[in-house]
Ligand binder design. Structure first.
Ligand code: AMP
Ligand code: MG
Length: 283
């Protein structure tokens, strides 16, 4: 497990969530200038995404998972405010429809994975099929226990096809969840966010933590790593996710740029040939 601003799970790690502090803040990030730092990261993310879209070599898939109120929606709202919506896609996965449920569990997921040039964001994902499904015994263990392997194969297939995959687990404490649910009850403007099922799910907290530990331990690979995000502080959560995304995409920047320059030169050459041909005709 490598530790830094957040925790990247290495292949073969056995994750115990109690060891990770949801309140953690790296000393180099300050709450005072968090907005400016996020804006700078957001601008760079926008530039990288433009190159991604133009180069058409890779796609990016960012998966967000976490307990209710952990901030999946808030992360999307804040981290992507500088990104061109044209080459960005968000998919939220809910209880499967009858049609989705009639297929294998990856069918609805594969149907919407980002094509080349697109940055795709999954709000929940294929992991629900080893989380909520496991906690509520929606299928027997003999079925869900095989899904970790299926997910790893599926993600490898995507990675081999040029998908850059990042998976973020938004790690909050149970106390923080209590406070956030209470805030929704107290604040009339936020009442629309109240979901009575979120309150019912609370009693399964330990089961969910255990299910998350298994998903994080069994499905973190070099090509599709899991990151545990300290997420009690919303400003910190946004910053470290933006930073990780930017640093990952930055590694491809030179490749994307040189491809685009080569393409530009080629276009210029054919333009010159066309112009030369036109001149020859008119003379
Ligand atoms: P929300 O993200 O708050 O809109 O809620 C979506 C709900 O759909 C959550 O309660 C998820 O647990 C549930 N959900 C998502 N995927 C699945 C799935 N594959 N099977 C059962 N429930 C799911
Ligand atoms: Mg919810």
């Amino acid at each position: 497990m490598s530790a830094d601003f957040l925790w990247k799970v290495s292949e073969g790690d056995s994750v115990k969530l109690k060891k990770y502090d949801p309140d953690y803040v790296h000393p180099s990030f300050k709450h005072d200038n968090a907005d400016e730092t996020l804006a700078a990261l957001g601008t760079e993310l926008g530039e990288l995404q433009e190159l991604l879209a133009a180069a058409q070599h890779h796609s990016v898939l960012m998966i967000l998972q976490g307990m209710d109120t952990s901030g999946k929606d808030g992360t999307i709202r804040h981290v992507f405010s500088h990104v061109n919506p044209q080459s960005c896609r968000v998919n939220s996965f809910k209880v499967p429809t009858a049609e989705e449920a009639a297929h294998d569990f990856l069918w609805r997921i594969h149907n919407v994975t980002p094509p080349k040039g697109v940055l795709g964001i999954f709000n929940r994902s294929q992991y629900e099929d080893v989380l909520v499904v496991r906690v509520h015994n929606l299928v027997p263990e003999s079925v869900w226990s095989h899904r970790y392997k299926a997910i790893n194969h599926f993600e490898k297939l995507l990675a081999d096809n040029g998908t850059i995959i990042l998976k973020f687990f938004l790690h909050i404490s149970q106390d923080e969840q209590t406070a956030r649910l209470q805030a929704r009850v107290d604040d009339k403007d936020k009442a629309w966010k109240i979901s009575s099922s979120d309150f019912a799910e609370r009693k399964y907290w330990d089961d969910y933590q255990k299910a998350y530990e298994d998903a994080l331990s069994q499905c973190s690979t070099d090509e599709a790593p899991w990151y545990i995000v300290p997420a009690n502080h919303k400003w910190y959560r946004n910053l470290v996710i933006a930073k990780t995304l930017v640093e990952t995409m930055r590694k491809y920047k030179d490749e994307w740029k040189s491809d685009l320059e080569a393409r530009g030169r080629k276009e210029l050459e054919s333009l010159q040939q066309i112009l030369a041909g036109n001149e020859a005709k008119s003379s």
